[in-house]
Design a protein around this ligand. Structure first.
Ligand SMILES: Nc1ncnc2c1ncn2[C@@H]1O[C@H](COP(=O)(O)OP(=O)(O)O)[C@@H](O)[C@H]1O
Ligand SMILES: [Mg+2]
Length: 154
């Protein structure tokens, strides 16, 4: 019998040098899921982790928080699109709707989403939640990932 798909996975990071390995683990954990929510307070390391994930996927463009446009688009070395959102400064959910967030979310392309709680009502029912917490040491982080699907765990 195939092993049941893992629903939860935690990675402990000791220094930033561990980020490429964490990115590989995240990519293997999410499998074909496209909606990835990054939770964690300011400077927890959401954007930095997303940079490491994009680097793993062969993105050549500079990866940075899309502060003014709400979304950045990147391309992997395999020609796949990635959308990187940061909703920290979004005024309300209507503003996100106006920029076409639902079309992006349903595009079938990988969506890496910072501050998803700001658009809570607009998020698809299935995805992966990634929570980043700071640890004891300056560069230490605890990265917890869990699949959500709107079911009893969601
Ligand atoms: N292990 C780590 N993972 C991610 N960021 C780290 C780590 N250690 C130190 N940092 C630093 O913490 C800061 C995180 O900033 P950023 O990624 O912009 O956070 P956020 O997007 O969550 O606001 C950066 O200055 C980064 O260099
Ligand atoms: Mg950020």
């Amino acid at each position: 019998m195939p092993e049941p798909e893992a629903r939860q996975h935690t990675i402990r990071i000791f220094t930033k040098a561990d980020l490429p390995r964490a990115a590989v683990e995240l990519l293997s954990f999410i499998k074909q899921k496209k909606i990835i929510l990054f939770e964690g307070e300011m400077a927890a390391g959401k954007t930095t982790f997303i940079k490491a994930i994009c680097a793993q996927l062969g993105v050549q463009e500079p990866v940075s928080s899309p502060t003014f446009s709400l979304v950045n688009e990147y391309e992997t070395d395999g020609g796949e699109l990635i959308y990187h959102f940061d909703f920290y400064r979004v005024e309300n959910q209507a503003e996100a709707l106006d920029m076409g967030v639902l079309e992006y979310f349903s595009s079938g392309h990988l969506c890496l989403i910072e501050w998803p709680s700001k658009v809570a009502d607009l998020l698809p029912e299935e995805g992966v939640e990634v929570s980043i917490e700071t640890g004891e040491a300056e560069e230490a982080r605890i990265i917890s990932m869990s699949v959500y699907d709107g079911g009893i765990d969601g």
